[in-house]
Design a protein around this ligand. Structure first.
Ligand SMILES: Cc1cc2nc3c(=O)[nH]c(=O)nc-3n(C[C@H](O)[C@H](O)[C@H](O)COP(=O)(O)OP(=O)(O)OC[C@H]3O[C@@H](n4cnc5c(N)ncnc54)[C@H](O)[C@@H]3O)c2cc1C
Length: 500
């Protein structure tokens, strides 16, 4: 029977940051990943690698991304994203529900953790394409999201796996952890199913980083509510709540927003689970520059309430709640040059038309007369006297509509018109386990469970109702490093004690 200091369950961002941190404590580390290698890396691999971090100016960014050239710096307004800004965002979007201790760890350790990852060989770059528009020859970053990993999610996963192997961490694929070994006092290992059978792996500490339960339709319906079985899964099909289930089974405390999740507008004809050849490109995130209408031909949400970073993660739920769970996003040629790359992929549900009358007949599933009336009412309500500027909340809204739009309102009068059909794509669930400041899992009496740590999507308490874009990877890295350090130190400390 094998014996390790630390076993990490999962091989995404949180897991690998935990593994690398545990290794730094001198622990022997085994990573067990349920997926085969070509599908491994969880949701992390599906991302574009956008990662939110505090920075107090361009010097911080240059330290993190030394490849930045003087010329790039000269044509870009990076602004700042201070701790105060990050705190404000976390508290505002979660309606002040976020656990303040966790939020503090996330915010105050974000930059140092990214620098630590850089030291492990992970490279970062600015997100020119998605988070800054060029206005009068200069880029301006908005929405607190400025950094992405080199090579996106696949690059991040590859970098983390390479670092793990270099540092002597063993990563086993097609290894599904089934349960924790627990003697009513401490966790002492796991039971794992591999293609050759089920085996016991002994460990002094276990870190759970096996993702949320979004790929489990039964749990989605049970916890998120009726209708959630109808959502599409944006990422990994392997995140079915295993880590949460096995911890609850030994008495761990459930925590956080169990009926909440991150969910976005996602191509209506996207497959049931994510497709790594498409990555995150089934998403359709440029709705702030257009309008969305439902099957009744009606608008139903303020598409320009805020920068998309602060609305996209909650609008998937709003779309799921529309009749037949879909919406059409409509744009005209005044704004199509602003549409993100994901609108130009081959697998996209799109129609075009030269007149609004023709357009409404092409919007499958929509009441055409009602839609036409809505589009005409829309055109009469836009505050055309306020200048349009995609880099700031421009206040160009609407007057007199039942569902107002607050920013970036534009008339629909420049054909050809383009419309894109979206449904709800669920990203990850917000409810999960409860941890203390060292990443140790708490039991239902709120006492730490010896030998059990957790990080990433399966930890509850950070996100409620909504989420600031790019925080999932940041949280995975920060809490992964904390949990790995906690587990590594506990394991090696205990190992030293036993040897005495
Ligand atoms: C399409 C898409 C785009 C996204 N874009 C971004 C973005 O740009 N920026 C951002 O911050 N966030 C983004 N996110 C969210 C982000 O992916 C997650 O917040 C983050 O990657 C979660 O990391 P994790 O390590 O907790 O989970 P994961 O990366 O999902 O890793 C969990 C791992 O656990 C494994 N596992 C599950 N069960 C078991 C078991 N029983 N035994 C062993 N292993 C198991 C899984 O196979 C998986 O590899 C995006 C998500 C998706 C789906």
């Amino acid at each position: 029977m094998a014996e390790w200091d630390v076993v990490v369950v999962g091989a995404g961002n949180a897991a690998l940051c935990a593994a690398l941190a545990a290794r730094e404590s001198g622990a022997s580390v085994l990573v067990l990943e349920r997926a085969p290698e070509d599908e491994g890396g969880g949701n992390t691999r599906f991302t574009a690698g956008a990662i939110r971090t505090v920075y107090n100016g361009v010097d911080d960014l240059r330290a993190l991304m030394p490849d930045l050239t003087d010329e790039e710096v000269s044509i870009t307004d990076f602004g700042t994203y201070t701790s105060d800004q990050f705190f404000d965002d976390m508290f505002r979007v979660t309606q002040f529900r976020t656990n303040p201790d966790m939020a503090e760890a996330l915010v105050t350790r974000s930059y140092d953790t990214l620098m630590w990852m850089r030291g492990k060989g992970i490279r970062f770059q600015p997100i020119w394409g998605r988070q800054a528009f060029k206005v009068d020859g200069r880029f301006k970053f908005w929405g607190g999201l400025t950094v992405e990993s080199w090579g996106g999610g696949p690059g991040l996963v590859e970098g983390l796996w390479t670092a793990a192997r270099r540092e002597g961490i063993e990563v086993r694929f097609s290894a599904r952890v089934l349960e924790l070994i627990y003697d009513d006092v401490a966790v002492t290992g796991v039971r794992v199913k591999t293609p050759t059978g089920v085996e016991t792996v002994r460990a002094k500490a276990v870190v759970l980083a096996a993702g949320g339960f979004q790929a489990n339709p039964e749990w989605r319906t049970r916890y998120l509510g009726a209708g959630w079985e109808l959502a599409k899964v944006r990422g990994s099909r392997f995140n079915t709540g295993d880590g949460i289930r096995m911890a609850l089974a030994i008495g761990a405390a459930p925590y956080g927003n169990w009926s909440g999740c991150h969910a976005v507008g996602w191509d209506y004809n996207a497959p049931e689970f994510g497709d790594l050849t498409v990555g995150d490109n089934f998403q359709k995130h440029s709705y702030p520059f257009g309008i969305m209408i439902n099957a009744d031909g009606r608008r139903f949400v303020d598409e320009g309430a805020d920068f998309r970073n602060y609305t996209y993660a909650k609008y998937g739920r709003v779309i799921l709640n529309q009749p037949n769970q879909f919406a059409w996003q409509v744009f005209d040629q005044k704004v199509t040059h602003l549409l993100r790359d994901e609108y130009r992929i081959r697998r996209v549900t799109k129609v075009t038309a030269d007149t609004l009358e023709d357009l409404v007949t092409k919007l499958e599933g929509v009441n055409p007369q009602a839609a036409l009336a809505e589009l005409k009412a829309w055109n009469g309500a836009v505050m055309a006297d306020v200048p349009f500027n995609p880099n700031v909340k421009d206040g160009r809204g609407t007057r007199g509509l039942g569902v107002p739009k607050s920013n970036w309102a534009n008339t629909l009068d420049t054909p050809p018109y383009e419309a894109y059909q979206v449904t709800c794509g669920v990203t990850f669930t917000f409810g999960g386990l409860r941890i203390d400041g060292s990443g140790q899992v708490l039991d239902v009496d709120l006492a730490p469970i010896p030998g059990l740590y957790a990080a990433g999507e399966l930890v509850g308490g950070l996100f409620y109702f909504n989420y600031p874009g790019g925080t999932g990877l940041c949280a995975g890295a920060v809490f992964g490093k904390i949990a790995g350090t906690g587990a590594g130190e506990a394991a090696t400390g205990r190992a030293a004690q036993a040897a005495r």
